[in-house]
Ligand binder design. Structure first.
Ligand code: HEM
Length: 136
């Protein structure tokens, strides 16, 4: 008799167990340093709450990458499509967000396979959040 197949593994939830929560918080800190200097997407963010924005994204990623669930306690269900509805996320905005995140990820110099798992999750989620068309 053959064994039943193993249950599918949710790869994103292996990230924090592999690299720790601090690495995620450092990544988000580096990312927002870039965002603040970016002419395309900085204008979308609340100008007086960069620390809050950093905390919300970091808490979410820590939760989604298999760490503490503080995000859920503070913010409830993520509902990312709804929470991004106020912002025009065009392909240009999506690509810039991903570019700045991948530059931050590269700087963090994380080990594989974690880096690849994060790259895929972040890119796919950013695509899923697109909600506007670029003007032609
Ligand atoms: C595609 C390009 C994206 C743009 C332009 C964008 C823009 C924004 C903006 C302007 C905010 C409000 C900042 C604040 O919290 O005050 C925000 C919040 C947030 N974003 Fe994004 N975002 C993008 C992609 C993503 C992706 C890929 C993720 C997750 C992997 C993400 C996760 C979040 C979270 C968790 C919040 C806070 C939600 C809350 O209120 O609890 N975003 N984003």
């Amino acid at each position: 008799m053959s064994n039943p197949p193993p249950p599918p593994v949710d790869l994103p939830s292996t990230v924090v167990p592999a690299i720790g929560e601090v690495a995620i918080r450092q990544l988000v800190q580096r990312f927002y340093q870039r965002v603040q200097q970016d002419p395309v997407i900085s204008v979308m963010y609340p100008p007086n709450d960069w620390a809050g924005a950093e905390e919300r994204l970091a808490d979410f990623l820590v939760f989604r990458f298999g760490g503490s669930e503080a995000y859920l306690a503070k913010r409830g269900s993520p509902r990312l499509r709804i929470r991004h509805a106020p912002f025009a996320i065009t392909k240009t905005a999506r690509d810039r967000w991903v570019e700045l995140m991948l530059a931050s990820l590269q700087e963090a110099d994380l080990p594989e396979p974690t880096r690849g798992i994060m790259t895929e999750f972040l890119g796919q989620t950013a695509t899923f959040l697109m909600n506007s068309t670029d003007e032609t």
